[in-house]
Structure formats: structure tokens, C-alpha cells
Design a protein around this ligand. Structure first.
Ligand code: ADP
Length: 274
């Protein structure tokens, strides 16, 4: 798309069938990308058509999590009219800013205006094909991408991911407040890394170890309910799951590898509430 005007973003059309859901967090490392990928797969397994957009411009990790680190999207149509095709995998259609770089090691270092234009292209010049859901992995925090996508997708809904720690919950609240400032609706909170289930050495019963404390998800849901003036619920508490971690590293999401693991079961429960 050389110099011509950008296309219209299909998701803002009044008749768009697509629900756009932004997965947001206050800070990095809380499992936002893991939630994005596995939630998208759970929705696809439930029979929905699902697109995934990795908008975590500076920390894009979705391709590696799906075994697509070296995948490059193709395009259809002639030069002027060409559109990018997202990459199909595990029943979902995926596009990441990381797939648009000529080389994997290259760094994306864009300032606001270029970033804004790139985001428009990722929404408008990609053949998303009116899926039921577009799940967007947001960068952590409250920055340029949040503002740009707030302007481009005022009808998007937002899920806030946090860990159980009080300090993490506090920054997560800001992500929810930011979304509401952009007039996006916060539909719920996911508490990730909620606990580790271990067998008690004494009674051999399963026992929950709260490695990162407890209550963060509840705290964010309560604070956002008060601040935004409508109910924001805690959609689920995803346990710490070594398979979720190794699956992410190896490019095989836990939802595909171990659909009966407790983390997969909780994530499916979250998908059912969306
Ligand atoms: P973010 O997108 O918030 O930066 P990631 O999804 O990349 O976070 O997760 C950070 C790391 O933690 C990854 O290595 C991921 O595999 C791991 N991780 C995330 N959630 C869990 C979980 N519930 N159990 C075990 N490991 C997890």
C-alpha cells in the first residue's frame, strides 16, 4: 500500500459481525500473550471464527508461541489493491507486527505517527474476513498503541490480565481505566498465575500454593466496577502450569497440547463467558 489512502477499518462498520477484544495488562510478564493465544484457540474450538492480531509492537511474542517465528504472511491482489493474508494455525488466523520484519532479529522502533499508520494497516489492509472475534494482544501499559487503537476501535471490548500480587493489580487497574477513557468497555479481568497445585507430602491431596499472593484479580475487578460504574467481573483464575510455559516456548499452546490441564479448563471457562 504505497501512497494511497488507507482503507476503511472493517471492524468499525455498523454492520460488522466481529467482536474485537483487546487483551490488556498494566505490565509485562503477567501472561497477557499466553492468555491471548489460548483464549483465541478456546473460542475457535467452540466453533467461532477467530483472528489474532499481535499489537505488542515492541515485545511481539505471539508468533513464537504458535511456532510461527519464521512465518511470513502472503498477500493477494495487485499492487494497488493487494491485501495481506493472516497466517492460519490451530484453527485461528494470526498476524503479528513481528511477521512483517524482513529479519527476525530486527527491532521495531517506530514513533507515534508511523506506529499509528502501521496499526491502521494491520486492521484495514489485512484480509481478516469478518471473523466472529478479533483478539488483540496489546502492549503492556498505557501508551501510544492504546491511544491509537482507542481512536480506531472505540467499540472494542477489553479484558485486563493481572497476577494475584497487590502491586501488579494496581498497575492493571490503570490499563482498565485507560480503556474506559477511550470509551472501550472492560468486560472482565483474568487473574493469571493464580496458584500452583501440588500434592501435599503428608496427606497426598492436591494443595494450592499461592506463589504470588492472592486477591489481585478480585481487587482489579472490584476497583474497576467502582470506577467505571458498571459490573466488571473476575472471569477466571488461571493456575501456574508448567505445560503452559513449555508449550509457549515450543510453539504448541497448552490448549492444543493438553486441553484437559487445569489451565486449559479455566481458559475454556473464560472463553465461554466472553
Ligand atoms: P506477557 O504477554 O504478559 O508479557 P507472557 O504470556 O509472554 O506474558 O508470559 C510470560 C512468561 O510466563 C512466558 O514464559 C509464559 O509461558 C509464562 N506463563 C504465563 N502464564 C503462565 C501460567 N499460567 N503458568 C505457567 N507459565 C506461565
Amino acid at each position: 500500500n504505497g501512497g494511497r489512502d488507507p482503507r476503511e477499518i472493517p471492524f468499525t462498520r455498523p454492520d460488522s459481525p466481529t467482536r474485537v477484544i483487546l487483551i490488556a495488562s498494566g505490565k509485562g510478564g503477567v501472561g497477557k500473550s499466553s492468555v491471548t493465544v489460548n483464549l483465541a484457540m478456546a473460542l475457535a474450538q467452540a466453533g467461532h471464527s477467530v483472528g489474532v492480531l499481535d499489537a505488542d509492537i515492541y515485545g511481539h511474542s505471539i508468533p513464537a508461541m504458535l511456532g510461527l517465528a519464521d512465518a511470513r504472511p502472503t498477500s493477494i491482489g495487485d499492487d494497488e489493491e493487494s491485501m495481506i493474508l493472516p497466517v492460519p494455525t490451530n484453527g485461528i488466523q494470526v498476524l503479528s507486527i513481528g511477521m512483517m520484519k524482513p529479519e527476525r532479529s530486527q527491532v521495531v522502533a517506530w514513533r507515534g505517527p508511523i506506529l499509528d499508520r502501521a496499526l491502521t494497516q494491520l486492521l484495514a489492509d489485512v484480509h481478516w474476513g469478518d471473523p466472529d472475534f478479533l483478539i488483540v494482544d496489546m502492549p503492556p501499559g498505557t501508551g501510544d498503541v492504546q491511544i491509537s487503537l482507542g481512536q480506531k476501535l472505540p467499540n472494542a471490548e477489553v479484558i485486563v490480565v493481572t497476577t494475584p500480587q497487590a502491586a501488579a493489580a494496581e498497575v492493571a487497574e490503570r490499563a482498565g481505566t485507560m480503556a474506559s477513557m477511550m470509551s472501550q468497555r472492560v468486560i472482565g479481568v483474568v487473574e493469571n498465575m493464580a496458584y500452583l497445585e501440588v500434592e501435599c507430602p503428608h496427606c497426598q491431596q492436591p494443595h494450592r500454593v499461592e506463589l504470588f499472593g492472592s486477591g489481585g484479580g478480585e481487587q482489579v475487578a472490584k476497583a474497576l466496577t467502582e470506577r467505571l460504574g458498571y459490573p466488571v467481573s473476575l472471569l477466571g483464575q488461571v493456575p501456574i502450569d508448567p505445560t503452559l510455559r513449555s508449550g509457549g516456548d515450543e510453539g504448541v499452546p497448552v490448549m492444543a497440547e493438553a486441553p484437559q490441564n487445569p489451565s486449559s479448563v479455566v481458559l475454556r471457562g473464560i472463553a465461554n463467558q466472553v
